[in-house]
Design a protein around this ligand. Structure first.
Ligand code: PMP
Length: 328
């Protein structure tokens, strides 16, 4: 018999799929790492399982414990699946800009969800970071994975995403392009790939309203860069420990609109029903490929973090898109 002992054993080994239509006029081969094939429908399953297993090994998480995390939804899903497998409770804090679908999905898998305001500073007591930290102090036998600074996050990608891409491209990958939120995906995957091939180039996708690109270029944490934006999962108003700037050669910023419109094209033209930051990653990748005049010899991998269902009421809703002024 061939079966998995638990759904979390299905994490990883996602397919790499060639983009054929949105890449019109591009000479390089562009391959998408489609992370919605993970059981929680996102890339974050990889690090969620690793954060929990590392915490168990370190004695930080004990039987009957409660996992508390500030999460934009996808990490929560991964943590919830791992918690079911291992018998823990979950409480998640989310900012109110996150889609309702993401919150419903977390509740569906048994987690408690606490919604916090978006437009407050990270150190404000009501921010989703602060609320998660406070609950961790108040609730006995609770564990706060802290995906931003927990090195198990990047390590999961060093151990899985990086080797998978190296194998799937037969070592021919020349560029790795991915959105940057906590930084785990970009830092861990890039570290593995650059060890294999020091000439490999890694590009981080950032949003307008986030600090990463300016910090990489100037070394300055510029608060003027920070303002509210709509894209979910990428860009930050803090510098998480998981962002290893040495592993990122450059950043491309993508607007909410360009990301949203490209996401819809991926669904219609490639059959990839993916989430908003996937459109941002592909849009940014195509900009980079054109700027740098990449050729037939280049093999560019773009990582697509999550699935489209979580954005049905937003970017896959024509009325909403018109209200935002993203389409006519
Ligand atoms: N896209 C989405 C939809 C996400 O949820 C995340 C996680 N914040 C990312 C991109 C970025 O991944 P990472 O946190 O590994 O940088």
């Amino acid at each position: 018999m061939k079966y998995l002992n638990h759904i979390i054993e299905a994490v990883g080994n996602t397919p790499l799929v060639k983009l054929n239509n949105v890449t019109d006029g591009v000479k390089a081969t562009v391959l998408a790492k489609v992370e919605y094939f993970n059981p929680g429908n996102s890339v974050k399953d990889r690090m969620a399982v690793k954060m929990i297993e590392d915490a168990e090994k370190a004695g930080l998480l004990k039987p009957g414990g409660t996992i508390i995390e500030g999460t934009s939804g996808n990490t929560g899903m991964g943590l919830a699946l791992a918690a079911i497998a291992k018998g823990y409770k979950c409480i998640f804090t989310l900012s109110d800009k996150q889609s309702k679908e993401k919150m419903d999905v977390l509740r569906a898998v048994g987690a408690e969800v606490i919604v916090c305001p978006t437009n407050v500073a990270p150190d404000h007591p009501d921010s989703y970071y602060s609320v998660a930290k406070r609950l961790n102090q108040e609730i006995p036998n609770s564990f706060y994975p802290n995906q931003y600074d927990n090195t198990s996050n990047a390590a999961a990608h060093y151990e899985t995403t990086g080797p998978e891409l190296w194998d799937q491209t037969d070592g021919k990958i020349t560029h790795f392009i991915t959105g940057v939120g906590t930084g785990g995906t970009v830092s861990g995957t890039s570290k593995y790939l650059k060890e294999k091939n020091p000439d490999l180039i890694t590009v981080g996708i950032d949003t307008y309203g986030s600090v990463f690109k300016k910090y990489k270029e100037t070394g300055e944490f510029d608060e003027k860069e920070i303002y509210p934006y709509a894209t979910e999962g990428i860009g930050e108003d803090i510098l998480p420990k998981n962002v290893d700037f040495d592993m990122i050669d450059s950043f491309v910023k993508v607007t909410d609109k360009d990301g949203a419109v490209m996401t819809r094209r991926l669904a219609k033209e490639e059959g990839l029903f993916v989430g908003w930051s996937c459109g941002s990653a592909v849009y940014g990748a195509l900009e980079y490929i054109k700027q740098q005049n990449l050729t037939e010899d280049d093999v560019v991998v773009v990582l697509l973090p999550d699935h489209g269902t979580r954005y049905l009421a937003k970017i896959y809703n024509d009325e909403w898109m018109r209200q935002q002024g993203y389409i006519d």
